[in-house]
Design a protein around this ligand. Structure first.
Ligand code: ZN
Length: 254
């Protein structure tokens, strides 16, 4: 009964709900987007949520990171989040990873997950996650916000022809990352993008025909406009190029 109002939706059904229950999602970054997205994902009944953030709650987080309250300042984000998410839905598993993951740990977690939601503002981690999702053919949703706007990207790497994050943003272009922490961001903007990210995650997990994979979505509160741009694969991309050629070889054998 708990999930009735979503499982009655066209394209969702009991089958989609069962897929959510069996799913394991790795969420990296419990900031503004991660806060909102994690609440919706827990409420929707994702079987296992693995939440990773090595930060503690800071007073300057509270205008947008609605998982946390005043009494949580100074506490581990993952521990506060775990308690809050389980209070929302005690029928799911929430695994807290409160440390910066080593490369082997991150790879292990990506491999074990069905989908990765990347809401970190740490660029090297973003590229690592993209590379690992391509390598292990995992679904990936990524979002970020700055100022009055934000963007969302989704990839289904089960499709061998899927573009990747590095096709759009080659690694050498990411030398000067803009971060919410230093540049400012409007709280509701992270709410909008966090909600879009949660919808994309759910749609990808239930395998509903959806508009997310292979597109870059941008929303700007100054214009109110939500715009989508189709992503194309960069044939020279050093991340997904090798996977594609290997896939073609495998395909020709079959
Ligand atoms: Zn690529």
């Amino acid at each position: 009964m708990r999930y009735l109002r979503q499982s009655v939706l066209p394209g969702w059904g009991a089958g989609g709900q069962a897929r959510l229950t069996r799913s394991r999602v790795l969420l990296v970054g419990l900031g503004g987007l991660g806060s909102i997205a994690s609440l919706y994902l827990a409420a929707a009944g994702i079987g296992t949520l693995v939440i990773n953030d090595f930060d503690t709650v800071d007073e300057t987080n509270l205008h947008r990171q609605l998982l946390y309250g005043e009494r949580d300042v100074g506490q581990s984000k993952t521990e506060v989040a775990r308690t809050r998410l389980l209070a929302l839905n005690s029928g799911i598993r929430v695994e807290a990873l409160p440390q910066r993951l080593t490369a082997p740990e991150l790879e292990d977690e990506v491999r074990r997950a069905d989908l990765v939601l990347d809401t970190t503002d740490h660029y090297p981690t973003r590229y690592d996650i993209n590379r690992l999702c391509v390598r292990h053919r995992r679904r990936l949703v990524g979002g970020s916000c700055i100022g009055y706007g934000g963007q969302l990207l989704a990839f289904d790497f089960r499709q061998v022809s899927a573009p990747c994050y590095a096709c759009l943003y080659p690694e050498e272009m990411a030398e000067d990352p803009m971060r919410c922490g230093t540049n400012g961001v409007s709280g509701p903007v992270t709410g909008v993008l966090g909600s879009l990210a949660a919808q994309a995650v759910l749609d990808l997990l239930i395998d509903r025909d959806s508009p997310w994979p292979g597109f870059l979505w941008r929303w700007d509160a100054r214009t109110g406009g939500l715009r989508a741009g189709r992503l194309s694969r960069d044939p020279a991309c050093p991340v997904c190029r090798t996977v594609g050629s290997r896939a073609r070889v495998e395909g020709s054998r079959a």
